[in-house]
Design a protein around this ligand. Structure first.
Ligand code: AHR
Length: 810
């Protein structure tokens, strides 16, 4: 690993900056930087005389450690703040008591900070020695609010302190505004209670603009058991005997399996190097419990298969599906033989139903049989695909009418440490050759749902695939294998191979099997025609550090040089503001990156108060993919409040559909009892799916997408705080000729609304349909009405119920 020049800048003297101020104020002051506790970050106090100190912004942190995982890490020790000769502020600090790394962050004004870097040095002892020495030179002890702290003292213009204070005040005000909640509406809108509320919606058909026809899609990540145990229809758990302690504390190769005696697990004659563990049948029945039980339906057929290592002898093995009460629901006998691993299969037809069935593997003749990759699939999968998707879950996704699907993550894509990154090549080919991987969300990825299946599923949904590959750095919050981005994939052969892997992915997806080895693999797997990949995501909400940038830009360059037709989507960090967002956008603009992926999970009030977020975006710069967003209300539940604020946001995205090219709510799926994140769009168990209120907003919007935006202005005769609670958007689909008007009323009262069409021919007798989603703001069960008919005219009136989302289609 390449070491950076170490802490050279700690030697720089602080340079005073003096600028004119008001007559009754000091022109310059001492500025003391310290951290009250390692978890807190860097705070400031100032003093005119160097004796009496006043904290800046009540001791708020202006920059905090972003190193490593949450909880244990993200600590700042012994911060040293100096000003370099060019006026840049430079902060260095120790990240913990063991890493051979330190943190460095720079700022032009102590308010805006560049993303942190964590250079490696020869040892932790070397880090400590340097900080010991720097402390001797730079630290002073100062009393702030009666407590003594050690830190650095610099001299600054007093206006610097004022600017810092003002920045925190403005942030607090923004926070208060964005905290607006529907819970306060009774008092907030008491003055409107008994007033008839009237609004006008002006829809201007003369000023249409082209917008993205891929605005709403889905983001699939294997979180909350979305893949194994979820969408991927495999009914057996730990079918490969590859579960282990690293996947999840207490797990091992026999998790999910049972037998009367301890199950023997061996590795000396593996089915494949990527699947080293297998079980040995010793004469006892081997049971698999499935994913909290197996749902078996009477009359349905199930494909069973497993690899058997019979050691050159003939062995008979009975396979049964057994109900919770011990009744045999289906059975078949495999006659196995052969001197090496061989796959055997049979079809089980269920005589009865059970929701908590188990699979039994019963050795009849001969023991000591190796078994691996034991699989049970319902024949009914989405579109009847072998190794396919659970039909009810797939269908509910199809109903969203997604225009694209982003996969495989999220954090699953960049992984928890260098060893946990998602490498697409590990997920294709025969099942036994795929490499299982620990899931960053605390479980196991069998990789049965791999890149081939993702691409095929996109095709089955009729949407564009949008794979996301890591930018050669793991998640900045990594804990495994070291902290943070761990220096990224080392430059040299490893990085070159990684770059090649990205190019190979495009070749695999789009190439000609006659000329390309990768395309031939796709064809051999059953898809000779190209998948027609158009988009490639590089990076997932990464820390935009130097380690990241040095890898990200060459990867993008390599893809664009070889495949200029591919739209590359970069990343701008995990928030809608802040250092990664700023730096991510700077990189995008300077390097003309086609599109960038923005993420934000924010409170409902953010959506109400940031309706013009994209209106000011530079139309000549990179396009936006809002790859992950959701409205997070109290208790992280999906309610009318969260759903309608997202509906409001979608209206604003449509208005900005010339710069926002794509969007996807996140996360998508969550299995009851196995959920790491809330809220999610769709919950499920083994038997049923439970769409949320947010699902219905995504569904209504997904089914009413267009490629033209018609300027739509909604206005009521009322105060701004009420007008902010209304949103409207109109789009037209030139391929189907359909027009959709979306209307959001986030007020606690109904609003009588007149639609005023200008430049749109609405002959008398034009019939439209209206669908309405409404409820109390806390409602978790609200469902859209059945579409009703509405007679349209140049001026149409309708009532928007309190807390409602209405879609008009004609
Ligand atoms: O959507 C859940 C997670 O949120 C994603 O994995 C990650 O990208 C984001 O932090």
């Amino acid at each position: 690993m390449k070491h950076k020049p170490f802490l050279a800048t700690l030697l720089l003297a602080a340079v005073a900056a003096v600028s004119p101020v008001r007559a009754n104020q000091p022109d310059s002051v001492y500025l003391f930087s310290y951290n009250a506790s390692p978890a807190h970050g860097l705070a400031f106090a100032y003093s005119a005389d160097g004796k009496t100190w006043t904290s800046v912004a009540d001791g708020a942190a202006f920059v905090s450690s972003d190193y490593g995982t949450w909880g244990r890490e993200k600590k700042m020790h012994r911060p040293m703040l100096v000003r370099t000769a060019d006026g840049t502020w430079q902060l260095t600090f120790m990240v913990n008591d063991r890493a051979p790394q330190y943190a460095i962050a720079t700022s032009p004004d102590l308010i805006h900070w560049k993303p942190q870097d964590y250079p490696y040095v020869e040892s932790f002892e070397a880090v400590k020695k340097q900080f010991d020495e720097a402390e001797q030179r730079l630290y002073q002890t100062v009393t702030v609010n009666g407590r003594e702290f050690c830190g650095c003292v610099n001299r600054v213009a007093y206006t610097q302190v004022e600017a810092m204070q003002a920045a925190k005040d403005a942030a607090a005000q923004r926070g208060q505004r964005n905290g607006e909640s529907l819970a306060d509406d009774v008092t907030r809108f008491a003055d409107l209670k008994d007033r008839p509320l009237k609004a006008t919606v002006l829809i201007d058909g003369t000023q249409r603009k082209a917008i993205s026809d891929k605005l709403i899609g889905i983001f699939f990540e294997d979180i909350n058991y979305s893949a194994d145990g979820g969408l991927y229809a495999e009914l057996l758990q730990n079918r490969d005997f590859e579960y282990n302690e690293r996947d999840h504390g207490g797990w091992n190769a026999t998790t999910g399996w049972h037998a009367a005696r301890p199950i023997e697990i061996k590795t000396d004659h593996p089915l494949h190097a990527n699947n080293p563990h297998y079980a040995v049948l010793l004469g006892d029945t081997l049971w698999n419990e499935g994913w909290d039980g197996i749902v078996v339906r009477q009359g349905k057929k199930y494909d069973f298969s497993m690899f058997v290592f019979a050691g050159g002898q003939k062995k008979d093995i009975r396979i049964q599906l057994v109900g919770a009460d011990g009744k045999v629901l289906a059975e078949s006998t495999l006659k196995t033989s052969g001197s090496d691993w061989k796959r055997f299969s049979t079809v089980l037809t269920a005589k009865a139903s059970d929701t908590k069935a188990r699979l039994a593997i019963i050795p009849l003749k001969g023991t000591r049989v190796g078994v691996d990759l034991v699989s049970l699939f319902p024949q009914e999968t989405f579109k009847g695909r072998k190794n396919g998707m659970r039909p009810d879950l797939a269908q509910i996704l199809a109903d969203l009418n997604p225009k694209f699907m982003r996969f495989p993550g999220g954090c699953v894509a960049h992984g928890d440490g260098l060893g946990n990154m998602y490498h697409w090549k590990e997920t294709i080919g025969p099942m036994q050759e795929r490499k299982p991987q620990r899931n960053i969300w605390g479980y196991h990825q069998s990789r049965g749902l791999g890149y081939y299946e993702f691409f095929q599923f996109c095709e089955d949904l009729g949407c564009e695939p949008l794979p996301v590959v890591p930018a050669a750095v793991p998640c900045q919050n990594s804990s495994t294998g070291g902290g943070g981005q761990q220096g990224g994939i080392p430059f040299g052969p490893e990085f070159e191979q990684y770059k090649q892997d990205l190019l190979d992915l495009i070749e695999w997806a789009n190439g000609d099997p006659k000329t390309s080895k990768w395309a031939k693999m796709r064809a051999d797997a059953g898809h000779p025609k190209p998948f027609n990949l158009k988009y490639l995501g590089i990076g997932n909400e990464d820390l935009i550090s130097d380690v990241f940038t040095e890898r990200y830009l060459p990867l993008i360059k390599a893809v664009k040089e070889r495949y200029p037709e591919i739209t590359v989507c970069g990343t701008t960090g995990p928030f809608f503001e802040g250092s990664d967002y700023e730096q991510g956008w700077r990189l995008a603009k300077d390097n003309h990156i086609d599109m960038v992926d923005e993420h934000y999970y924010v409170a409902p009030g953010w959506y109400i108060n940031n309706q013009h977020f994209y209106d000011q975006y530079d139309r000549s710069a990179s396009k936006v993919y809002l790859g992950e967003y959701a409205s997070h209300g109290p208790g992280r539940k999906s309610t009318i409040q969260t759903a309608l604020t997202c509906a409001m946001h979608i209206c604003n995205l449509e208005r900005n559909g010339d710069v926002v090219a794509m969007s996807s709510y996140a996360p998508l799926l969550a299995k009851h009892g196995h959920t790491q994140w809330n809220p999610d769009l769709i919950y499920f168990d083994n038997e049923r799916v439970y769409p949320t209120v947010d699902y219905y907003v995504q569904c209504l919007c997904g089914q009413s997408q267009g490629n033209e935006y018609l300027p739509t202005a909604i206005r009521m005769d009322g105060p701004d705080r009420a007008n902010r609670r209304l949103a409207a958007s109109t789009v037209h689909d030139t391929t189907t000729g359909k027009t959709y008007v979306k209307l959001v009323n986030l007020l606690p009262y109904s609003v009588e609304t007149t639609l005023d069409f200008a430049g749109i021919d609405v002959p008398a007798g034009t019939m439209a349909t209206t669908t309405v989603l409404a409820g109390a703001w806390t409602d978790e069960q609200a469902r859209p009405t059945q579409p009703a008919t509405l007679a349209l005219s140049a001026q149409t009136t309708l009532s928007l119920p309190a807390y409602s989302f209405t879609v008009i289609a004609f």
